[in-house]
Ligand binder design. Structure first.
Ligand code: SAH
Length: 245
């Protein structure tokens, strides 16, 4: 069974991911992948359950302590998951944060192939996400235990949980059998460098606007040609930069 580990102060955040929609299908173990949540509070070194302290040298906010994070990783994940002393060969530790590698469709797909494919081959690693909070994480933890940093965009979240959920949600769409119709992912935006074409459903006329005639023609090749042209038009209109890559 593949495991996706998440070290977080707020495991409850992940409940909707487990309870609803395609992500619940992908993470409940049926497809060979489970989500393992480690509550960082349990690894607090004081009676208040806190895992942060004030920044050395002054400055606003609080910083997550390296010792609490290390204990969560070593005791919660390494011991809990039985990875043993050579755990670095079996785990890939990912920290969320604004300075990380920017997640896009390619990274999400790569992530799905590396960490979500149910058949675990020799040499495959399980992934561990660290959800930062406050001003972030003590740099020494990053130096010693983090393999990669990822960001979901040039903006600042209050915690890494939403970033992890966004990546997991998009990556799970690439896992065969998570989506009802696996061909739909191939037609989605970004798959071939273009955005999706406009979509229509019933009724045929809505407030005087008709669904384009050609979509009713039943002529498969013409419809495909039309959709391709529409994808180009929409990409030019909304995201010209994608065509310039
Ligand atoms: N002081 C930090 C921001 C900390 S925000 C800075 O200015 O860079 C608190 C936590 O939220 C981070 O540790 C990280 O885990 C998460 N986070 C914030 N923005 C993020 C982003 N764009 N992508 C992924 N995680 C993010």
């Amino acid at each position: 069974m593949r495991k996706v580990w998440v070290i977080t102060l707020f495991p409850e955040y992940f409940k909707p991911l487990i309870d609803f929609g395609v992500t619940s299908k992908g993470l409940n173990g049926d497809l060979g992948v489970t989500l393992e949540l480690i509550n960082l509070k349990i690894f607090s070194l004081n009676s208040y359950g806190s895992v942060d302290d004030s920044p050395v040298g002054g400055g606003p906010g609080m910083v997550m302590r390296a010792d609490c994070l290390r204990n969560a990783l070593l005791q919660g994940v390494v011991n809990g998951g039985g990875y043993g002393e050579a755990y670095k060969d079996h785990l890939h530790v990912v920290l969320t944060g604004p300075r990380g590698r920017r997640v896009d469709n390619k990274i999400s797909k790569e992530f799905a192939e590396k960490f979500l494919s149910s058949s675990k081959n020799c040499g495959d690693k399980d992934v561990v996400f660290i959800c930062g909070r406050y001003e972030g994480v003590d740099e020494r933890f990053v130096d010693l235990y983090v393999d990669e940093e990822i960001s979901i965009g040039d903006f600042v979240l209050s915690g890494g949980e939403i970033a992890v959920m966004a990546l997991l949600d998009s990556a799970l769409r690439f896992v065969p059998s998570v989506l009802g119709n696996s061909s739909s992912v191939l037609c989605d935006s970004f798959e071939d460098g273009l955005l999706d074409h406009p979509q229509y459903t019933k009724p045929r006329v809505f407030e005087d606007i008709e669904v384009p005639e050609i979509l009713y023609s039943g002529h498969h090749a013409n419809i495909e040609k039309y959709k391709r042209e529409e994808r180009l038009r929409v990409t030019k209109l909304y995201r010209k930069d994608l065509l310039e890559l």
